[in-house]
Write a protein that binds this ligand. Structure first.
Ligand code: FE2
Ligand code: FE2
Length: 196
């Protein structure tokens, strides 16, 4: 990435810490670590993965009013306003990262946008997949099946993405919760793609 990576990383770390509760800040550090691990396995720039993982939830604890204001300010689709924090902190969160942390790497910003929704197989870059999976698999996660999910992802990042998409979808549907259309599209697309 850049020569002064350590400086950029430490500055971002300070900001992330200042804007999040301790438990979520620590989650971000673990996602950063897991993203580095996945980056190594998938021939990806480790520094870029570390930074993307660190800042992926930067905006998670912003108020509803802050998100609604940012949607207008960044001229994002008004339809986003019908959703809530689970979608906003990724899709809109990238705007906070750009504006407040000064991170302009479009690949990092996209990885933040997609980390809550997933994306189509030909839309998701390796970095997007790494952040998406690191968020799900970081060492603080203890859901049933996490070991299986880690093993699958170690063998195939793509299989890991599909595992997460299908399990998240099933989990939300089981609880009768709404599912963001992009997540549905991503699930169908990956199901077809991996069938071949
Ligand atoms: Fe998140
Ligand atoms: Fe997260």
């Amino acid at each position: 990435m850049t020569e002064n990576f350590e400086e950029i990383y430490q500055a971002a770390k300070k900001q992330v810490k200042a804007h999040l509760s301790t438990h979520r800040y620590e989650h971000c550090l673990r996602v950063s670590d897991y993203a580095v691990k996945l980056a190594k396995q998938n021939n990806l720039d480790e520094q870029q993965a570390a930074l993307a993982g660190l800042v992926h939830d930067y905006a998670k604890e912003r108020s509803e009013a802050d998100f609604l204001e940012k949607i207008d300010e960044a001229k994002l689709p008004k339809s986003l306003k019908a959703w809530g924090n689970p979608i906003w902190h990724g899709v809109v969160g990238a705007e906070f990262v750009k504006d407040e942390l000064g991170i302009e790497d479009p690949e990092i910003l996209q990885a933040i946008r997609l980390h809550t929704t997933g994306g189509l197989h030909d839309e998701m870059t390796t970095l997007d997949k790494v952040v998406f999976m690191a968020d799900y698999l970081e060492e603080g996660r203890h859901f049933p099946g996490v070991k299986e999910a880690r093993a699958i992802t170690e063998k195939s990042l793509d299989r890991g993405v599909f595992y997460q998409l299908s399990h998240t979808l099933a989990f939300l549907a089981d609880k009768g919760q709404v599912i963001y259309p992009k997540t549905f599209d991503a699930y169908n697309d990956w199901a077809n793609y991996l069938k071949k």
